[in-house]
Design a protein around this ligand. Structure first.
Ligand SMILES: *[C@@H]1O[C@H](CO)[C@@H](O)[C@H](O)[C@H]1NC(C)=O
Ligand SMILES: *[C@@H]1O[C@H](CO)[C@@H](O)[C@H](O)[C@H]1NC(C)=O
Ligand SMILES: *[C@@H]1O[C@H](CO)[C@@H](O)[C@H](O)[C@H]1NC(C)=O
Ligand SMILES: *[C@@H]1O[C@H](CO)[C@@H](O)[C@H](O)[C@H]1NC(C)=O
Ligand SMILES: *[C@@H]1O[C@H](CO)[C@@H](O)[C@H](O)[C@H]1NC(C)=O
Ligand SMILES: *[C@@H]1O[C@H](CO)[C@@H](O)[C@H](O)[C@H]1NC(C)=O
Ligand SMILES: *[C@@H]1O[C@H](CO)[C@@H](O)[C@H](O)[C@H]1NC(C)=O
Ligand SMILES: *[C@@H]1O[C@H](CO)[C@@H](O)[C@H](O)[C@H]1NC(C)=O
Ligand SMILES: *[C@@H]1O[C@H](CO)[C@@H](O)[C@H](O)[C@H]1NC(C)=O
Ligand SMILES: *[C@@H]1O[C@H](CO)[C@@H](O)[C@H](O)[C@H]1NC(C)=O
Length: 470
């Protein structure tokens, strides 16, 4: 992949590119330090009953690194599929794991292209800000996290030292807006707490569950992960308290084969899914941003000003909320590489959210977010800042945008066209505009171009140059 460094002089961006400096102080506690911290960790148990348009509770569970067909054919997941809706057009965003996880709660992966230890500044918001705006209870259940709120890089099996809990699979822990807030941190719990909260009928309304590195298939196989899932959910399917108006999404962070399109197996099930839909297939285009968009639609929430705003909403929720999803042409979609942006180019500022976006439910960016970021958003836009947060050009505008190395003369033909298209799109600021975005954050190579949509002129041109050069 051509480094953005080459492009900087062209775009006349201010700072010279340097080696990637976006590193953070990592935390690798010893077992004895873990034991000390565990003694003072506090665990919150919160529940609530905020009415949703479709579901009362939305739980998300991710397994690891499996291609669609292998997952669909597994005994465990085909068992569960009888009780739900298989989503056969559901896309991961990039490789490897961590960017997919952080994106599913933050609405972008900010050009992260590895699994390193990162932290997001406290002013970067997540789904937690949206949920808390309506007092909707939430939690994470992370298998074999040594104590609530553990912030270390890993917690291994203390006998074999095999990988067990990994920070990279914990979507919220890297956001300081969660981990530097004691109350919020007390909701990042060990998986064992799930059984406790269930037994006490104190489950939150939104939760993210991460099985350990064996049970999620990462260090085992799809057979093990699917079997674990079946064993975990089978009793829950009979549990009236758990099932009541609950929607569960089971999916995978990414598919296994990098050269292939990054579509993953996904299943919606739970008491909220009517029996008439059991065993059916929904082929609407979704990606990990749909996880946030669907929560927003279900509880009529504001948005983050990132790719959540444009993402399609799970059709069962969309129907209840009178939302029309977008058709997304996936012909050129690959989603198998990270675009150039904040985390892989030290010259780039952290991108502001687009404070003008509306989500599919018609709701604006959360006021706390837009007031904090409005000025930065304006300055980045007017400076033609190359931002990773705004919407992207549709893959259709640059037919070969998603296929690496093949951006050729034909792309230049569509250059002005697509720049114009994006400008007009940004003017309307419509949900549809951002819809194409989520598809192309994916559109690997065009990501540069993609990110320019909101800002016409120089940025669009720069984005296009990036797409071409890549
Ligand atoms: C959330 O809870 C707080 C504290 O109980 C309360 O003041 C606030 O009005 C609630 N907000 C909503 C949207 O219900
Ligand atoms: C965390 O969960 C693991 C199993 O996943 C369990 O063995 C361990 O005792 C739990 N630790 C705490 C502090 O609850
Ligand atoms: C983290 O992983 C390293 C490397 O496998 C291991 O040596 C260390 O003990 C682990 N830390 C904890 C707290 O489990
Ligand atoms: C993951 O949890 C399972 C229990 O569900 C346990 O058997 C397995 O050993 C754990 N994996 C590791 C690496 O400790
Ligand atoms: C699936 O799990 C059950 C219950 O733990 C176990 O008896 C069975 O051997 C497992 N099957 C596979 C293929 O792992
Ligand atoms: C299911 O939820 C509804 C609405 O919140 C409630 O009235 C009902 O009692 C619940 N049923 C069970 C079995 O929890
Ligand atoms: C992404 O997919 C394209 C098309 O199959 C392929 O040429 C490229 O090598 C893939 N990228 C990676 C990182 O595997
Ligand atoms: C990865 O997902 C794509 C899109 O569904 C699929 O075509 C491909 O077969 C998957 N990879 C493999 C090796 O199955
Ligand atoms: C959706 O539209 C129907 C028919 O117009 C209406 O009855 C219903 O209240 C609407 N639902 C929402 C959530 O707006
Ligand atoms: C967000 O926080 C970072 C780190 O503290 C700071 O550098 C940046 O200026 C803040 N951005 C805004 C818009 O407040």
């Amino acid at each position: 992949m051509l480094s953005l460094k080459t492009l900087l002089p062209l775009a006349a961006l201010a700072s010279a590119a340097t080696e990637d400096l976006r590193t953070y102080s990592t935390y690798y506690p010893s077992a004895s330090e873990v034991a000390v911290d565990a003694a003072t960790a506090s665990t919150a148990v919160t529940t609530s009953d905020v009415e949703g348009i479709f579901a009362k509770r939305i739980f998300v569970i991710w397994l690891e690194n499996t291609d669609f067909d292998k997952a669909a054919e597994s005994e465990g997941l085909s068992y569960l599929a009888q009780y739900g809706i298989t989503l056969d057009n559901y896309w991961a965003l990039t490789h490897p794991s961590e960017p997919n996880y952080v994106a599913a709660v933050g609405g972008d992966y900010f050009a992260l292209d590895d699994d390193r230890f990162i932290t997001f500044p406290k002013n970067v918001s997540t789904i937690v800000d949206l949920l808390e705006s309506k007092n909707i209870s939430w939690a994470e259940y992370q298998e074999h996290m040594p104590y609530t709120g553990f912030q270390g890089f890993n917690y291994s099996n203390q006998e074999t030292f095999a990988n067990d809990y990994m920070r990279k699979h914990n979507p919220l822990i890297s956001y300081d807006s969660v981990s530097q807030d004691a109350d919020r941190l007390s909701h990042i719990k060990n998986f064992t707490q799930f059984e406790y909260d269930l037994a006490n009928e104190q489950l939150p309304q939104w939760a993210f569950i991460t099985p350990n590195m064996t049970n999620d298939g990462h260090d085992s196989s799809i057979t093990v992960a699917a079997n674990w899932s079946k064993n975990f959910f089978k009793p829950l399917l009979e549990n009236e308290y758990f099932m009541n108006e609950t929607l569960i999404l089971l999916t995978f962070d990414e598919n296994e084969t990098y050269a292939d399109k990054n579509k993953v197996f996904a299943l919606l099930f739970g008491g909220a899914v009517s029996e008439s839909l059991h065993g059916t297939v929904d082929s609407t285009f979704y990606n990990h941003y749909s996880e946030i968009a669907s929560v927003e639609a279900n509880w009529d929430l504001d948005n983050l000003g990132r790719h959540d705003a444009a993402a399609n909403v799970f059709e069962i929720i969309a129907e209840a909320a009178n939302i029309t999803n977008d058709d997304v042409d996936t012909t050129y979609l690959v989603n198998n590489e990270t675009y150039t942006g904040y985390f892989n180019d030290a010259s780039q500022e952290f991108p502001a959210p687009n404070v003008n976006l509306k989500n599919k439910a018609g709701n604006p960016v959360l006021p706390a977010i837009s007031s904090l970021w409005a000025e930065k958003y304006a300055s980045q836009s007017s400076a033609g800042f190359f931002t990773a947060t705004t919407t992207t050009i549709s893959t259709g505008s640059i037919p070969d945008a998603t296929t690496t190395a093949s951006a050729s003369g034909s792309a230049s033909g569509s250059a002005s066209g697509s720049a114009k298209a994006s400008a007009s799109v940004s003017a309307s600021g419509s949900a549809k505009a951002s819809a194409t975005a989520s598809s192309s954050a994916a559109a690997t190579k065009s990501a540069g171009a993609g990110n320019t949509v909101q800002v016409a002129g120089l940025t669009a041109l720069f984005g296009f140059i990036a797409a071409l050069a890549l």
